[in-house]
Design a protein around this ligand. Structure first.
Ligand code: HAM
Length: 451
């Protein structure tokens, strides 16, 4: 039955029309390149998993944040994946002892979270995951961070634009211990620290008091949550400010050495307020923010040394991060790194655009396109019925084609014209020289652009 109902994309999801898709591919290509160049190999897993994969670590409370379902007539509960780390840990556990050490995996999957859609937060987003399994120590942590930064750098961002806010759960536990937070209260204290920015002073103070801290302890906890230090400042200044011995910050000190050695100090700051909300982190933790701090985190990650074992695998340490495309796209746009034409600049440009200026030439268009495409050229054609060469060439220009192939009566004799749309020259040539000529022209232009 005919229906004139209209439909919209579900709340918190995005439609990617071609220019938007071109931006997405531009971002993903930087992610792929940075991963591969850093020695990571691509993997993928299912878009939905058993619900239990998520509840086993986070408890039943997590269900309200998931899109979960049971098949009509089925007995099993599933959830669309809200993050990739449980899938990755499950996949690593399934390989057991056969997993080579270290294993370096990356993935760029879609994720689904049942949150209230808002700026930087959607119900579906794509996230670059990079994980290094089987090694411990600051140098593995730094390799993961440097891969995230390589991806951002390739998109045009600099240390003036983004900062890695870095901490270490062991050092934070030492600081909390010195404030009087007991071992059993560390979990709730981490959660409170993670949510500090999201609550007002009164709420923070009352929750901190519930951890057993006195008024002075609460004030020092609040100050710790806001403590940051540049990589160039002596760590003893941070320790003095927090009222802890320098030995309490040993893990930060090792991270700092690694960051200096990797030449990444400009990109990083210590931030004691970063502990990460996810329960599985065990050591180094970080988030990457745009420097003005207006946007939400571009990326977050850290070390999780017990998760693979929890999923029945060998006891394997691991460290990684996830970087979402939603916030990153906002940051790149704010910094003017996505152009001012809504993605048109990222659309693939044809090498050649074929136009037929008379009926006798029409039958030759498709065959020529097939052979040009076989030779590796991006070749398009006009579908317009007009024979007005000016209009046809303006279409070729509009889609950014490098050259225009003009077919007229000569096509029947195997002779065509090729116009260089960037230089303006036009030549007449036999069709069997066409592909080579276009390849040479395109190469020449690319070299001129590169030099
Ligand atoms: P996460 O901090 O939950 O970490 O997410 C990582 C990044 O994904 C965030 O910084 C943000 O850019 C993006 N993101 C998260 N949720 C949304 C959303 N609803 N809408 C848009 N973007 C979002 C994880 O997921 C960890 N599993 C990362 C990881 C990998 N840790 C170790 N390996």
């Amino acid at each position: 039955m005919a229906s004139n109902r209209t439909f919209q994309a579900p709340k918190g999801t995005r439609d990617f029309y071609p220019p938007r898709m071109a931006i997405r591919r531009h971002i993903e290509s930087a992610w792929h390149g940075a991963s591969v160049d850093s020695g990571f190999e691509e993997i993928e897993g299912p878009m939905f998993e058993s619900l239990e994969l998520y509840t086993v670590k986070s408890g039943p409370e997590i269900v309200s944040q998931l899109f979960s379902f049971r098949r009509d007539g089925g007995d099993d509960d599933y959830a669309m994946r809200p993050e990739f780390t449980p899938t990755l840990a499950r996949m690593a556990a399934a390989k057991g002892k056969s997993l080579s050490i270290p294993t370096k995996w990356y993935a760029i999957p879609a994720h689904f979270r049942a949150e209230r859609p808002q700026r930087g937060r959607l119900r579906e987003h794509n996230q670059w995951n990079v994980d290094l399994i089987g090694t411990t120590g600051a140098s593995a942590d730094i390799e993961v961070i440097s891969t995230a930064l390589l991806g951002l750098e390739r998109l045009g961002l600099t240390p003036d634009d983004v900062k890695v806010r870095l901490s270490h759960r062991t050092s934070v536990a030492n600081i909390l211990g010195a404030l009087g937070v007991g071992e059993e209260q560390l979990g709730p204290a981490f959660q409170l620290l993670d949510r500090r920015d999201k609550m007002d002073d009164a709420e923070f103070r009352s929750r901190a008091a519930e951890l057993g801290l006195d008024q002075d302890g609460v004030s020092r906890f609040d100050a710790a949550a806001r403590s940051t230090a540049s990589m160039s400042a002596p760590l003893s200044d941070l320790a003095d400010g927090l009222g802890v011995p320098i030995a309490a910050l040993e893990d930060l000190s090792m991270l700092r050495e690694g960051i200096d050695a990797a030449g990444l100090a400009d990109w990083c700051v210590f931030d004691i307020g970063i502990v990460r909300g996810l329960a599985y982190y065990t050591g180094m933790v970080f988030e990457i923010f745009e420097t003005s701090g207006v946007e939400r985190a571009v990326a977050g990650g850290g070390r999780y040394d017990r998760l693979i074992e929890l999923f029945g695998g060998p006891s394997l340490p691991a460290c990684g991060f996830g970087m979402g495309d939603v916030v990153l796209e906002l940051v790149l746009a704010e910094k003017g790194l996505l152009g001012d034409d809504d993605g048109e600049a990222f659309m693939p440009r044809p090498d050649v655009f074929a136009v037929s200026t008379c009926e006798e030439a029409d039958p030759f268009v498709e065959g020529l396109l097939v052979s040009l495409r076989r030779s590796g050229l991006h070749a398009r054609r006009s579908y317009k019925s007009t024979r007005n060469v000016g209009k046809l060439l303006s279409d070729a220009g509009k889609c950014g084609s490098r050259t225009a192939l003009i077919l007229d009566q000569g096509a029947a004799e195997g002779v065509v014209s090729l116009k260089d749309l960037e230089g303006g020259d036009q030549v007449t040539l036999p069709v069997d020289e066409l592909a080579d000529t276009i390849h040479q022209l395109v190469r020449k232009r690319d070299q001129a652009c590169d030099s």
